[in-house]
Structures are given as C-alpha cells and as structure tokens.
Design a protein around this ligand. Sequence first.
Ligand code: NAP
Length: 224
Amino acid sequence: MSDSLLLVSIAVLGGTGKEGKGLAYRWAKAGYHVYIGSRDPAKAGNTAREISDMLGGEVSVEGFGNAEAAKKADIVILTVPYAAHKDTIESVKKDLQGKILVDVTVPLVPPKVATVQMPPDGSAAQEALAILGKGVEVCAAFQNISHEHLLDNADVDCDVLVTGTTKEARAEVLKLVRAAKLHGWDAGPIENSAVVEGLTSVLIGINKKYGSSHAGIKITGVDR
Ligand SMILES: NC(=O)c1ccc[n+]([C@@H]2O[C@H](COP(=O)([O-])OP(=O)(O)OC[C@H]3O[C@@H](n4cnc5c(N)ncnc54)[C@H](OP(=O)(O)O)[C@@H]3O)[C@@H](O)[C@H]2O)c1
C-alpha cells in the first residue's frame, strides 16, 4: 500500500522545540500539511516560517496555539518535556477525541536523566491514555531518536519502535515514520512503551559514557 497520506494533516504540539521541529521539518518536506503547536501562537508561526524557509517555501507549515493545532489536524504528535506532559494533554483533551495521539515524551526526571524512572501508570504514554480515555488512540514513538540529525536530512542510525492501543493506529504511525525517512517497527501494545521510553535513559547514559550525543538502537535478525 502506498503511503499516500498527503491528505493527512499533522499537528506537532511543542513543535517549536528541538525534537518536534525536527520531525515537523521532515513531514513538511515529505509533503504533509503540518501545524506547529505552541503555548504562544506567534512563536509557533515563527517556527513554521523557519521550517518553510529551510525548505524553499514550497511546503505547507503553519503555526497555531496547541489547542487550535490539535483541532485542525488528523494526527497529533506530542513533543514537550515530561514536566509539561500532563498539563499539555489536559489542555487539548477535547480536541484529540476521535484522533491518534503520538506521544514522543520521555519521562525523564532531572537530574538523574540517565536512570530509568518510570511513572506509576507505567509510562508517559500510558499516563496520556489514562487522561484521554477510550476516545483517543494513543501511540508512542520516536523516543529514541535524537533531534540532532532530523534537520540536516541525514540518515538516522536508529530504529523507531512504535507501540500503541491498536494495530491499526500503529500502522498509521508507521506511515509517518517512513515519511520521516526513518525505519520503524510495530513494537506492540501501549504497555510496551515503558521499555521504549526507558531505553532513552539508557541511551543518554551511553552517550555520556562514550562521548556521543546520538546513540541509537537497531533491531537485528529480521528482514528489513
Ligand atoms: N531532544 C531530543 O533529542 C529528544 C529525543 C527523543 C525524545 N525527546 C522527548 O521529546 C520531548 C521534547 O523534547 P525537546 O528536546 O524537543 O524539548 P524542548 O525543546 O525543551 O521543549 C519542546 C517544547 O515544549 C514546550 N515546553 C517547554 N517547557 C514547557 C512547559 N513547562 N510547559 C508547557 N510547554 C513547555 C515548548 O514549546 P512552547 O514554548 O512553544 O509552548 C518547547 O519548545 C521530551 O519529552 C523529550 O524527552 C527528545
């Protein structure tokens, strides 16, 4: 099946930040309609213009407040620090009903960001599901992808593990993974997001120990 999802629009809440901007850039480049979300619509507009300029202006990227961006989009991506996770989700809860939320959040608890510290619900994505209820398909992805190479079109030497509430929702997210020129895997139910989120702390620790900034993971033993 072709990934002809160009009719699909994507909101990136917190898309003014490092990870969200990089993903938004890649989806805009792939031809999707992208809405950057921010607490400050003017800041979102600036990021949208920046991405558009980087891509020569021939793309569809606009900036809005988080709720407006979520309301307009078919699929919503969440890229905010864990400290802002709950409040941001609650602020867009009604705008997400009937949609897929892709949670990129890693529940890092400073200062020990290289230590896995999962929340009581199991993972940030499971916390999102608990807040949003059954009217929203919650997936989790991209938590192990460093923002570093997203803006420079480079091949990213790290796979994307996609977990989520249904296999249909995971399949939709895998299309976005491919559109971002990344390699994704269906990694099963949303409960499995705990491992993927926790893995980010392991990668942060490896970065520190071995002097890198973009350690990643790859699935082996399966045909690509
Ligand atoms: N950076 C990476 O390489 C990377 C890799 C994998 C996963 N992640 C995860 O992705 C998420 C975003 O990471 P990031 O590095 O992109 O973060 P970031 O640049 O620090 O922040 C992203 C955006 O979140 C919003 N935000 C920041 N503080 C907030 C607050 N207190 N309340 C509400 N909104 C706030 C801001 O948007 P506005 O001011 O425009 O509202 C900001 O531009 C995190 O959960 C992180 O663990 C990051």
